[in-house]
Design a protein around this ligand. Structure first.
Ligand code: PLP
Ligand code: SF4
Length: 346
């Protein structure tokens, strides 16, 4: 058995196990885990420095998850963009495949909170069969995103089978993998896995770091392996109250990502998902962070700040206001807040 599979078996899934390491109210947490499962790898747990620190908040269940928040289980209406279970087709040219319903560490703020970690979902073989048939039928689809759950929790052979079958479809140009494995179970990024990925390029990997404390020798090494295997590595961060809703923390995170060859891609505004209201910030918080990145650090360190419109109407990039028209003149604002006239063509 690979070391990473042992690490999964040794991960913490009950409040009782957690209470051996941290002083927690096991009764309160048991109420939460009855509804939303818990899983924390020993590695991710080891990154916690103190109770309720930014790592803790992301993975330790909280009674606030049970608050009556009037939020939806599926605010992006993914189910109605799902022609077959496990496949989401919201944009004409790309599809999302939910190939795994589990994660190495379950994030408390997860968009698919009511689905991740539970066992329901289509068996993977059947999903692959149906997805391949569907994608073959739509020549407009040129980009397939493997998501979940975490695709890299699948066995190497299954990952290879999915990649091989997708690559046989002539209109598929790129394959993307969305994974938090480099952050929560870095030892899963093995030479063998990387060798497989190398065979099916172009493969883009998007990972999910939310805090500078997650950038460690282990997670850096996992990212290096992926980049060395030829996978351009991007990062999607979720803006989380009490975790990274601070310009200085975010700047450090983005710069540290570049230093390990990971390119910041999206900063996601929290989706209004049931059980996650305690993580939500206002849009002003995100805009303020963006205005303190642009100009103050490498342009490469600046992600797009995006909001997924409720109902499934797509992602919208949000920018601090930096353009206005006055008396037919175009005026642009730079990062210092100076308004400068710009001569546009007629
Ligand atoms: C975010 C998302 C994508 C990919 O969007 P990009 O902007 O191309 O990264 C595709 N499908 C769905 C359903 C998504 O939510
Ligand atoms: S890694 Fe992604 S899919 Fe898995 S629990 Fe975290 S946010 Fe959800």
């Amino acid at each position: 058995m690979g070391n990473w599979k042992k690490a999964i078996l040794q991960s913490i899934t009950t409040p009782q196990e957690l209470s051996k390491v941290f002083p927690i109210d096991t009764n309160a947490i048991t109420q939460v885990t009855k509804r939303y499962p818990m899983r924390i790898t020993q590695y991710y747990l080891s990154l916690i420095k103190y109770c309720e620190d930014p790592i803790w908040r992301q993975c330790v269940p909280d009674s606030k998850e049970l608050l009556e928040d009037n939020l939806k289980i599926d605010p992006l209406n993914e189910s109605s963009f799902s022609p077959i279970p496990g496949l989401i087709h919201r944009y004409p040219d790309r599809v999302l495949l939910l190939v795994s319903s589990s994660c190495a560490t379950i994030c408390r703020f997860c968009l698919r909170k009511s689905w991740v970690g539970s066992d329901f979902g289509t068996p993977i073989k059947e999903l692959i069969e149906q997805a391949i048939i569907y994608i073959r039928k739509y020549p407009k689809i040129r980009d397939v995103i493997l998501s979940g759950g975490d695709p890299l929790l699948l066995e190497d052979e299954i990952i290879e089978e999915i990649l091989e079958r997708l690559r046989k479809i002539p209109h598929i140009e790129i394959i993307r993998i969305g994974t938090r494995i480099p952050v929560t179970l870095p030892e899963r990024i093995t030479h063998h896995l990387c060798k497989i990925l190398k065979h099916y390029h172009p493969i883009y990997v998007n990972t999910h770091f939310n805090h500078p404390q997650e950038i460690t020798p282990e997670s850096s090494a996992a990212c290096q392996e992926l980049v060395d295997a030829g996978c351009p590595l991007g990062n999607q961060t979720v803006l989380l109250k009490g975790v990274n809703d601070d310009p200085e923390v975010m700047r450090q995170l983005m710069q540290k990502l570049l230093a390990i060859r990971v390119r910041p891609y999206y900063l996601h505004h929290m989706d209004p998902v049931r059980g996650t209201s305690h993580f939500r910030t206002s849009i002003d918080v995100g805009l303020n962070i963006m205005s303190q990145l642009r100009g103050y650090t490498s342009g490469l360190a600046v992600p797009y700040y995006v909001i997924d419109l409720p109902g499934g109407l797509g992602k919208v990039p949000i920018l601090p206001d930096n353009i206005k028209k006055e008396g037919g003149k175009l005026i642009l604002r730079n990062y210092l807040g100076q308004w400068v006239e710009y001569q546009d063509i007629d």
